[in-house]
Design a binder for this molecule. Structure first.
Ligand code: GRF
Length: 203
């Protein structure tokens, strides 16, 4: 069984899309752990409701040791780490041991509107301010940078002249909930071939 750990920092709607995709048979994998970088977030309640092992690490308390603490929990126990609304930057041995085995969902079409400080509603505010006509989301492998890893999947949405940031966020979120399970499925079925900076999907 393909085992995943899901890292979260917020409401967990992307975690819920993974759980739903497993329960409806789309994904043949198991969420072994849900790990957050702070206490009291709704994503942990979602995990609890589905009897998934979950724990809150305190990023303030752990500081630079956060990634090492995550590695201690999951090392040797999962095949893939999924960042689903996770806001802390991973570093150190975790990135080495899980090279091309960590993926992230970003609510924009990378390389637009990404990088340090670009998360949540801010991403959509910048897109609206810039006047883009197309927005969307990106699933990518995680490397030592911020939103700089190899792109796996992207989904585009129309930006309407009347949109505000919240309306655009909701439209993108619908596509996130499709893209992330799709990327997990491809990886679990070993259908991603990495060639240099490119990820090729093998049908
Ligand atoms: C989503 O927009 C996701 O793209 C970003 O964090 C936001 C919240 O995600 N990484 P969730 O509802 O906590 O899954």
């Amino acid at each position: 069984m393909f085992k995943i750990a899901v890292l979260v920092s917020g409401g967990g709607s992307n975690l819920q899309s993974i759980i739903d995709s497993i329960e409806n048979g789309y994904l043949n994998c198991c969420v072994e752990y849900v790990i957050s970088d702070k206490k009291g977030i709704y994503a942990l309640e979602r995990a609890e409701k589905h009897n998934i092992k979950n724990m809150a690490l305190d990023k303030k308390e752990l500081g630079a040791n956060l990634s090492d603490e995550i590695l201690k929990i999951i090392d040797g126990k999962v095949d893939l780490i999924v960042l689903a609304g996770y806001l802390s930057i991973l570093k150190g041995e975790l990135l080495n041991k899980f090279k091309n085995k960590i993926i992230n969902i970003h609510p924009a079409l990378i390389p637009s509107f990404c990088g340090a400080g670009m998360y949540g509603i801010k991403v959509h505010q910048k897109a609206i301010e810039y006047g883009v006509k197309i927005a969307g989301c990106t699933v990518h492998f995680v490397d030592e940078g911020t939103d700089t890893g190899i792109i796996i999947l992207q989904k585009a949405v129309e930006v309407k002249d009347s949109d505000n940031a919240e309306e655009l966020q909701q439209r993108v979120l619908v596509q996130e909930h499709i893209a992330l399970p799709e990327a997990i499925k491809l990886i679990s079925e070993n259908r991603i071939l990495i060639e240099g900076r490119k990820a090729r999907i093998i049908n």
